[in-house]
Design a binder for this molecule. Sequence first.
Ligand SMILES: [Zn+2]
Length: 272
Amino acid sequence: MQSKGSQYKSGRRRFPWKTKYEQYGKITVSVVIEMKKWVTKSGCQIYQSLGGRCNSFLVSNGKRFLLVDTGGKMSRRTLVNRVETLRLRGESPAGIILTHTHFDHTGNAAALKTKYDLPVIVHRNEAPYLTQGKNPPIIGTFAMVKWCTNLFGQRLQDWTRYEPAEPDVLVEDHYDLGSWGFEGYLLHTPGHTAGSLSLIIDQEIAIVGDAMVGMFKPSIYSPFACDSDQMIRSWEKLLATGCSVFLPAHGTANSRELVSGQYRKYINSLPK
Ligand SMILES: [Zn+2]
């Protein structure tokens, strides 16, 4: 392999990584060299594979990797490029985890499932949406957003249909990923949607989908939730995992201190 080492250049500005160009015979391939990355105590590497509107992550044990969420359809080329980067390093994709089935998380699930022959893992409550390429209800939590989703919610759900995919593994409350070669498990964290899942890695880092957000700090309260009380109770479940970092699909990482402060702020307002 010959690397054109001098040809480093920044990736597109809205993505948090850089690319370089490597020569394979007559073919030049762009390779990601600097995806945002976290490493846990067991050596599990978590790469942020998509940024911008909706984050997605690649979770690697050094030999195999899982793709967590797939972004919207417009980001397909970028996502495939990230997957190819790990494949070029000799790692193979093991499966696709969908934290839930809103269009900005499922836009490339069917295409990547077919391209790499991957199983799709999703919560049982989300399966009917995925098989139909439909969104679960989109419901606002704040007055203004609620007004908008009441007015446009159904139309928004129709406008944002996506390519349907058949799920292969249906998760209930808890699903261990030990047999997949990962020190981690999936946890049911409903609220944003009825079947929202979070991936807990090494009791250290949680990839939480839309169970909370990271773009309105110090608030982590999602502007959309089917059941906002349940969303707060899911924060409690996530804190009980012992994780210190929570990676949401929108915005940047939330610290344990931030999540626990927000939990204390909202929990007393919930019905006992
Ligand atoms: Zn969502």
